[in-house]
Ligand binder design. Structure first.
Ligand SMILES: CC(C)(COP(=O)(O)OP(=O)(O)OC[C@H]1O[C@@H](n2cnc3c(N)ncnc32)[C@H](O)[C@@H]1OP(=O)(O)O)[C@@H](O)C(=O)NCCC(=O)NCCS
Length: 181
């Protein structure tokens, strides 16, 4: 297990977007324009985005749509210089706890077949691969793996989150502070 870098997680706001775009451009071959993020946080009532900060530096962000009992993770990214420090873990913990609190019973996402780091992260939170979307990433002719996690409001999932929380806390994270945000 790698060392943890404690982050504070807050809803993403417009003034975060320059830092988000800096990470976005370094991370994704086909990246979202800042107008897409702005539209999500300003106009989409079903969308919820969060930024992780360490010492006032925006080090990661994530987003989700929650439609009735279904959640769809739209993005997650950590600044390249801050990866491997459990920031993705803290973001996904926050997102899954949030989705469950909004009434989501299951969650889904697409991830590149080659992106094993992200797939491993999702698996920690109970996601399993349920299918393939052929050539979903058309520029590189790469397939997407569709991942799915169910029963988010069941006892097993609550226990899983509790264990993940304890494991993050053992890494001296400050989840209590994080969850108050
Ligand atoms: C995927 C990503 C968000 C993970 O964030 P991170 O802060 O670096 O990851 P963490 O340190 O929180 O690691 C959490 C878990 O992810 C998995 N993981 C992270 N990096 C990994 C790597 N290099 N190899 C294998 N698994 C890895 C592990 O399961 C890890 O848990 P563990 O430490 O208990 O083994 C980050 O690598 C990233 O921004 N990647 C580029 C953007 C991206 O691919 N987003 C997903 C789009 S679907």
């Amino acid at each position: 297990m790698s060392d943890i870098l404690k982050v504070s997680i807050q809803p993403l706001v417009e003034s975060d977007l320059d830092e988000v775009m800096a990470i976005e451009k370094q991370t994704f071959k086909t990246y979202w324009p800042s107008t897409a993020f702005l539209n999500e946080i300003s106009n989409n009532r079903l969308a919820f985005y969060f930024a992780a900060r360490h010492e006032n530096v925006l080090v990661g962000y994530t987003g989700i749509w929650v439609v009735l009992d279904e959640a769809h993770i739209t993005t997650i990214a950590v600044h390249p210089e801050y990866r491997g420090k459990k920031i993705g873990d803290q973001l996904l913990f926050h997102l899954m706890t949030f989705a469950s609190s909004k009434g989501a019973r299951w969650a889904t996402l697409e991830v590149r077949e080659s992106n094993l780091s992200a797939q491993n992260l999702y698996k920690k939170y109970g996601f399993i691969s349920v299918g393939i979307r052929k050539n979903y990433y058309m520029e590189e002719s790469e397939n997407a793996v569709i991942m799915w996690a169910g029963n988010l409001r069941g006892e097993n999932f609550k226990l899983k989150l509790q264990k993940l929380k304890e494991s993050l806390e053992k890494g001296e994270s400050n989840l209590q502070e994080m969850q108050q945000t």
